[in-house]
Design a binder for this molecule. Sequence first.
Ligand SMILES: C[S@@+](CC[C@H](N)C(=O)[O-])C[C@H]1O[C@@H](n2cnc3c(N)ncnc32)[C@H](O)[C@@H]1O
Length: 348
Amino acid sequence: MIINNIEFKKTEDNSVGLFDKNVNDILHSNTGALKEAYDKFVIPCRLKELSQIKSSINILDICYGVGYNTKAALNSISDCKINIDALEINKELIYLSPFIYDNIECIELKIFIIEQILNNYELRDEFLNYILKIKEDGEREFFCPFIRQFKEAILNDGYINYPEDIKNRFLHNIYYNYISSNNKINSKSNKYNKCTIDFHVDDARASVNKLNKIYDVVFLDAYSPQIDPTLWTIDFLSLIKDKMNKYSILVSYSKSTPFRSALIKLGFFVGKTYIDNIDMGTVASLTANNIQNNLNNYDLGLLNTRSSIPYKDPHLNLSAKEIIYNRKIESDNSNLQSHTSFLKSYLK
Ligand SMILES: C[S@@+](CC[C@H](N)C(=O)[O-])C[C@H]1O[C@@H](n2cnc3c(N)ncnc32)[C@H](O)[C@@H]1O
């Protein structure tokens, strides 16, 4: 199972962050998985303000993972209907997300459980009894196998023999669903009732062609472009552009030059996102007024160097390695200034 290669750890804001050993990349920042979702996605796209002027908002969450960006988005909106399309290649990660219905009602117990686990203590009988009482929700078949698996394992083998990865998945979900302070605030409202989430479990390059909405907000949270440029190519971004209108906003944590350059070549206005004066990521829109912080001279200079050569995937079928290799060949044959030579002249 792919999930076996996922490691869990507590991040600095106390939310659980994941690391993918297959790709050798983090899914969430060590400074805070949930904090990152607000700082790099939800705040820069001004979702809160948008929800005050619109009665309905469409969000495209590309690389949903365990859903931190969607969760932060729902926590930020006021009384507004939200339709989310979540694109994710790894179904098992979706099982971990907070929208799994587990029907455990005692929040204190959940806090107790997670604290025990985070401190590596054995679980007590109290927890096991609760697990056995969990009801299955027949209408949400997609999510149920996970809960069922967990119950069966307890009934058949007892908790102690239960595989570590499944235990972690379950506990992550409990933690994420009930313990995050932002979620506690949210659980008092009925926002989730006004939201629809459609999961598209496939390579986002295939899923995006099946979407027939126009999105107000697009979150692009793929693995870093240097590691896996598949979802940062000019060709994929062009498909995303087709799902946006003049006022839509695309946000990402990435500051990568080939990504920004691809957006500009596609006709987007591109800017930076800041939190506490720290340069955090990128925002793009087809309306200049949507850009609050323009790129600076350094960023603009980079756009005239070889670093600006976009990743390409014309038929949307290349592997990450092929995309990286093709770009390297293009860069080696390019007459553009090299990154190093630009840096030298810039620093002078
Ligand atoms: C940096 S993580 C995103 C974290 C996520 N937003 C969250 O809140 O947990 C990148 C995610 O992209 C997914 N992914 C990687 N390649 C993909 C592809 N081609 N199509 C769809 N999802 C992909 C990975 O499975 C992983 O969950």
